[in-house]
Design a protein around this ligand. Sequence first.
Ligand SMILES: Nc1nc2c(ncn2[C@@H]2O[C@H](COP(=O)(O)OP(=O)(O)O)[C@@H](O)[C@H]2O)c(=O)[nH]1
Ligand SMILES: [Mg+2]
Length: 387
Amino acid sequence: MPKPFSILRLTAEGRGAIGSLLLSGEGAEEAFCALFTFKNGRPCTPADLAARRNVPIFGHLVLSDKACEEVLVHAVSPEEIEIHSHGGSAVRRAILRKLESLGGKEVIEPAPLWEDAAEGKPDFSREAERILPYTRTELQARFVLTQFVGAPARFFEQVSRLTPSERAGRLRRAEQLAKVARTLYTPPRVLILGPVNAGKSSLLNAILGFDRTLVDSAAGTTRDAVSAETVIGGLPICLSDTAGVRRGAGCLEQQGIERIVPLLADALLRLTVFDITAPGENPPAEFAAELQRAAARPIVPNKDQSELILLNKCDLPAGARNPFWKNGLPETAAVIETSVFEPETIGRLQKRIQQTLFPVLPEPGEFVPLNAGQLEYCRAVCAGESR
Ligand SMILES: Nc1nc2c(ncn2[C@@H]2O[C@H](COP(=O)(O)OP(=O)(O)O)[C@@H](O)[C@H]2O)c(=O)[nH]1
Ligand SMILES: [Mg+2]
């Protein structure tokens, strides 16, 4: 039975000349030694790696009887090995499949670093050092940097002097802040959907056009969803517009809809956009039915997903509004009126997105648990277990 280890892509899939993977965890070294041969064809042992810590090692990964791939390797520790190969997608897939057959599992977050693994005590500064180059906004860089200057020690020292109920409060805040830290590994997806012509694409552009500090847009074919990264409240998010969905003769276009289903499963926030003047007896129910009918499989939204209903084109004359919106929605629905021609409404929308995704933001100097291991440690300490 191979020992488990995680595989993290350090470089994005695509056109890069080099593709880097990080293997981490208990089984990383054993799996790597089973695959790797030195330039002269000699197999590799853990002792070989120990003798070459942090010096580049050149050789081959033997993927099958017929295929091998040239790689440059850094064996950082027995539980952390970086592999740099050619960057093409076929090569990456072949290496990933081979590593998976040896017990590897692809992850989006690296395995936590421990100061004392037996006690489950995280190594806060080494973690911060590792993640710092991946921060993309000033806020992310600031809360990662606090780990170098004693924020974890201060937090745990303060917690030790609190009453149990105060500790529970601190833990709740740490749990909220851990959501902020998740943006280091994957920006939360905000999905824009709704009937055609409601103004979805215009809203995407309007949101990107404000508060833009980092935008990376990638459009696929015209039928694809268009995704763009931007920053809200100092944190990266991924906005996806379901551009290709069109209503044909009474039913939404199949191809576009099929692309929405996996995005719905993944998104943390759904912005459902309606034209406030469009006719209809009950536009949300009509849209939901249309979506469900056209989707080839059941639509299962992410269980942590929130929804915000956008009544767009609120700049149009009041008399043109569909009367349904006056009291047709359930009282609990989160609703906001928007117009791409009224910047203050877009500012309000951004604020709502921020409050929904990140109800709590770190104060300057405040400790933020950077990964699941650190949050687990907070839970144990706040529960009063001696550490
Ligand atoms: N008056 C008004 N028109 C808008 C607004 N947002 C979008 N539109 C117009 O509505 C039409 C459809 O917009 P588009 O963004 O392509 O809609 P989509 O099909 O939902 O992506 C375009 O003519 C836009 O200019 C708005 O806030 N107010
Ligand atoms: Mg559109």
